[in-house]
Design a protein around this ligand. Structure first.
Ligand code: T46
Length: 136
């Protein structure tokens, strides 16, 4: 099973622009403890290359686009984030590789926990062992 989903949020649009709302309960699957964003990534650069043991995240590409490759240790899928109303909800224990950033892309991430390096698995073989042992 691939533990992710896409949340589409409607835009409140007018001639002056578009507004998107993420509000407690209605659209948020967890309490947000941390927000960070990634920008200025070169097109040939790849970020991520890790999994999280417990962390849940919501990812939105604000302007531009990027690809998120998700891997559950058995199969892989690629999700392109290319609209501010398209949100990727990633649950724990998925390896992710983030690439193909366009020049103007900013990836914004809402996280369920504060930063904790002990929650990361940064070695792919270790990740495969972790999920293979039925820890998830
Ligand atoms: C993820 C993708 C989308 C901190 O000190 N605090 C933080 O909250 C974060 C996220 C990172 N850092 C430090 C840790 C490293 O020394 O910033 C440095 C770069 O982090 P990392 O190599 O993990 O960056 P990415 O872009 O590969 O991954 C990040 C998140 O870590 C990760 O959870 O899913 O963005």
């Amino acid at each position: 099973m691939m533990n992710y989903s896409i949340i589409q949020i409607p835009s409140i649009s007018s001639e002056t622009g578009c507004l998107f709302v993420l509000e407690k309960q209605e659209r948020l699957p967890f309490e947000i403890k941390r927000v960070y964003y990634i920008t200025n990534v070169k097109n040939d650069a790849q970020r991520g290359n890790h999994a999280h043991k417990q962390l849940k995240q919501l990812m939105i590409c604000l302007g531009g686009s990027c690809d998120i490759v998700l891997d559950n240790g058995v199969s892989r899928t690629t999700i392109t984030l290319d609209m501010p109303g398209k949100i990727l909800y990633i649950q724990p224990c998925l390896w992710r590789e983030i690439k193909n950033f366009t020049e103007n892309a900013t990836l914004m991430v809402f996280a369920s926990e504060e930063y904790d390096e002990n929650d990361y698995i940064r070695d792919y073989e270790e990740f495969k062992k972790y999920v293979g042992q039925g820890i998830i």
